[in-house]
Write a protein that binds this ligand. Sequence first.
Ligand SMILES: O=P(O)(O)OC[C@@H](O)[C@@H](O)c1c[nH]c2ccccc12
Length: 252
Amino acid sequence: MNASGGGLAPEVRAILDAARERPGGDTRLSVDSRPFPDAVAATADAGRVPVIAEVKPTSPTTDGVRDDDPVELAREMVGGGATALSVLTEPEHFGGSTESLRRIREAVDVPVLRKDFILREEQLDAVESDLILLIARFVGEDLPDLVAAARNRGFQPLVEVHTREELTAALAAGADIIGVNNRDLGKLEVDLGTFEELAPEAPDDVLLVAESGVKTTDDVRRMREAGADALLVGTAIMDGDVRQNTENLTTQ
Ligand SMILES: O=P(O)(O)OC[C@@H](O)[C@@H](O)c1c[nH]c2ccccc12
């Protein structure tokens, strides 16, 4: 299944339709990016859990909108020990903006991931970030070209997969940072077993991120035992005291 949208939840289809229309930047970016693998290694060496904390004001699977200043949320996440931040820039379904990302990246010194639904090369040029998300299912056969286009601009691509076939495609495209999304974009249901199933299939030199559905320190332990080098956590951090939530999940 690729960008045609077949087999997807209606919410996800709407997100993709909007993403297809979104313009890119006018000039090709050249980013001086903060190395994510070094940040992960430094956190692990310090005996903490590498967590990418996600600034996600809302989502199709969340009730309500969190309208605190995104920069303030980002600072609290870093204060709570986040190794990196993920910032939604999708405006219509996640309450994100490229402006939030720009301000956050200026305010913190950890690597920042741009979370959006990139489908075309020019969309990489909308705003600078350190990491950029490419979703294997949505970009289909364009994945190798987009990975190369992202790297040529200085971004570190994080390729998101959910199935064995997508993992194979990500590896063939040369991805070295791979996120396994525990959420099935067909039904929007979360199963931490997805990461457990796919992680053993990835070579050791790939940096593996467990994405979605991590709520408790038991979930953290489970994903780490299954081979997660880092965890991407949104909802469980955004819900309540952001700094405290981050601290709880980064302390092992
Ligand atoms: O809120 P959660 O369950 O902790 O999930 C975070 C993150 O993995 C999720 O927001 C996500 C994973 N892949 C995405 C792609 C686009 C937008 C959002 C996402």
